[in-house]
Design a protein around this ligand. Structure first.
Ligand code: NAD
Length: 293
């Protein structure tokens, strides 16, 4: 069994992004600039945005975080998004989810210009992705593909079973694994006999948000297992008061795997790199630099 080390691969990819940023700057191109909108003060969201800000600085991007109180109205937030859409200094925009209940997330996501939509959530980018055309890929599936490629994991002709059909992980993951020539099965909360499906899988991607859901008895010998899940589970013995748990029961699954991602240190850091790659791509695309590079 080999552990897929997301931290190490992310480090390599960040170095190459940093090099590309320097190359762009030497050609007189502006510094890539990612803006993030953060509404309210939910602990996890604040942590994620801070991490994204740190990543930007590490690779030489500019980053701006726009913080708004939880009381901001939907109309005010949409106006802020429009302001960034029209600001040529900013190349990519993300709105940290979840938003307060009185704000329609779909409306906000769809108001972000698809040319700055580095989260890849806009229907335009989703459509382009399903057609296999250039677009911003959702960061988590994008990061997972990069991880599989880094370890040269064979996908052609393999049976990939994805657990979860969310718009940000399961559905886009299915499109990308199809493009990698897998036979894809997508399972979800209404799937019957899930264990029968996972036992057939050469590659299992667990993205359902139930800690340690996937057990060793559900996985065949030699499978590749990708654990997307991150759930904060209360743990009084931990100084933070919680521990992060994946959707895979690592103790029982890992002895059967050829490759497996740990939690933390697997998919999480690759997701963060996915966002950086999209932001770099945004500046190349929006400035129509590709032909000149
Ligand atoms: P979601 O809640 O939007 O979707 C969960 C999916 O799991 C649904 O499609 C549902 O049908 C399915 N599901 C629920 N119970 C099930 C069951 N018993 N059997 C089979 N399928 C079931 O979740 P999401 O946004 O896709 O996130 C999934 C997990 O991945 C969460 O733990 C989330 O925190 C984590 N996540 C991690 C990263 C990362 O960077 N590592 C990124 C995104 C999401």
């Amino acid at each position: 069994m080999e552990t897929l080390n997301g931290n190490a691969v992310a480090k390599v990819l960040k170095e190459s992004i940093k090099t590309e940023v320097l190359a762009l700057k030497s050609k007189g191109v502006k510094t890539p600039h990612l803006a993030a909108i953060l509404v309210g003060s939910v602990g996890a969201s604040m942590t994620y945005v801070a991490a994204k800000e740190k990543d930007c600085h590490e690779v030489g991007f500019d980053s701006t975080v726009l913080r708004f109180p939880e009381t901001i109205t939907e109309a005010e937030l949409l106006a802020e998004v429009e302001k960034i859409n029209n600001n040529s200094a900013i190349d990519g925009l993300i709105v940290q989810l979840p938003l307060p209940k009185h704000i329609n997330e779909k409306k906000v996501t769809e108001t972000i210009s698809w040319k700055k939509d580095v989260d890849g959530f806009h229907p335009m980018n989703v459509g382009l992705m399903f057609k296999g055309l250039p677009c911003f890929l959702p960061a988590t599936p994008y990061g997972i593909i990069k991880l599989l490629e880094h370890y040269k994991i064979e996908t052609t002709g393999k049976h990939c079973v994805i657990i979860g059909r969310s718009d940000i992980v399961g559905k886009p993951m299915s499109a990308l694994m199809l493009q990698k020539n897998c036979t894809v099965t997508v399972c979800h909360s209404k799937t019957k006999n899930l264990k029968e499906m996972t036992l057939q899988a050469d590659i299992v991607i667990a993205a359902l948000g139930i800690p340690e859901f996937l057990k060793g008895e559900m996985v065949k010998e030699g499978a590749v297992v990708i654990d997307v899940g991150i759930t904060r589970v209360d743990d009084a013995s931990n100084p933070k008061g919680f521990v992060l748990k994946g959707d895979v029961d690592f103790a029982s699954v890992s002895p059967k795997c050829s490759f497996i991602t740990p939690v933390p240190g697997g998919v999480g850091p690759m997701t963060r790199v996915g966002l950086l790659l999209n932001t770099l791509d945004a500046i190349k695309r929006n400035q129509d630099l590709r032909s000149k590079m």
